[in-house]
Write a protein that binds this ligand. Sequence first.
Ligand code: ABU
Length: 366
Amino acid sequence: MAKIVNSWNDFDPLKHVIVGRADNSVIPNEEPATSEKVPVDSEMRGMWGPRPLETVEKANAQLDNLAKVLEDHGVKVDRPTPLQWNQPVITPDFRTDSMMTCMPPRDVLLTIGSEIIAAPMSFRCRYWEYLAYWPLLSKYFDEDPEFLWSQAPRPRLTDKSYKHNYYDEKVSLEERLERTANKDFVTTEEEIMFDAADVLRLGKDLFVQHGLTTNRKAMEWMKRKYPDLRVHAVNFPGDPYPIHIDATFVPLRPGLIINNPHRRLPEEQRKIFEANDWEIVDAAMPAHETPPPLCYSSVWLSMNCLVLDHKNVIVEASEHNQLEQMDKLGMNPIPVPFRDAYAFGGALHCATADVYREGGCEDYFP
Ligand code: ABU
């Protein structure tokens, strides 16, 4: 039986990956956590229900093309099994009227070495999303005797898990930024809550963004679960909607990270990188002034690239500034069109989850 699951970072040679699917995707109704992410002036405010079929088809065409490009580069690709996402989520503690999608696997699945952990997730509408990946994880379990199939503690997501009235339409951008700087988020410390995409894996070190989707209790859980790894809390005061680290702080190869210039890592938190000769470069400006229609994410999906190895990186095809910067940084950028998939939960890194990368658990910060 072969080793199927292994990945310690986002840049060692990628050999096996999961690419999401947009089928049956829904814009979820508002709930305590999601209302935080929809800006007041967004056309998505108050809107929910199945996403228009034409947009699903366009997103799937780009996801299928991404899968093909990966296969052409020698990467094995698996796909999840979508559920009927328009069903309600009902637990003893809450009810919400729909689920969401299985487009961004990166939010749900956290691969650490030979283990894949299904994250607790902090949105009620994403409570069952991990089920779309269970057929794949079951297969890996049968075929790889070393694969550790794990589930983080399931949260109850009662009203105690969220600060109520945290969101108020009158809250200005300045106040939001102040909240981020003060680490005052909608999620409370009632229970362990995190999305996998808030975790940046760099071998022995996990850098975890404290924000709207991940709390400190989750970091404490990670510390106890991985006594041999080092868990660092990071936060980016320039981000009024801090959700997921992968459009903010993106490693390209050992020693090189691009950082969103609007969400710069504070000096204090840079020290560990500088002390170990890592270069943190401001990412190029996005090519677009607005995200595509019905998109939750920011224009900074421009930097949400998928690194294939220390040289090759997949970048969204219209992001000409980011493509050019990759070239200048000594990378070989591979342009792939992906904007039609953005609205379904993110860009090229979000849309994938690592199964196998070559390499082991390096100590980059001795
Ligand atoms: N899921 C990544 C989205 C981050 C952003 O909106 O900038």
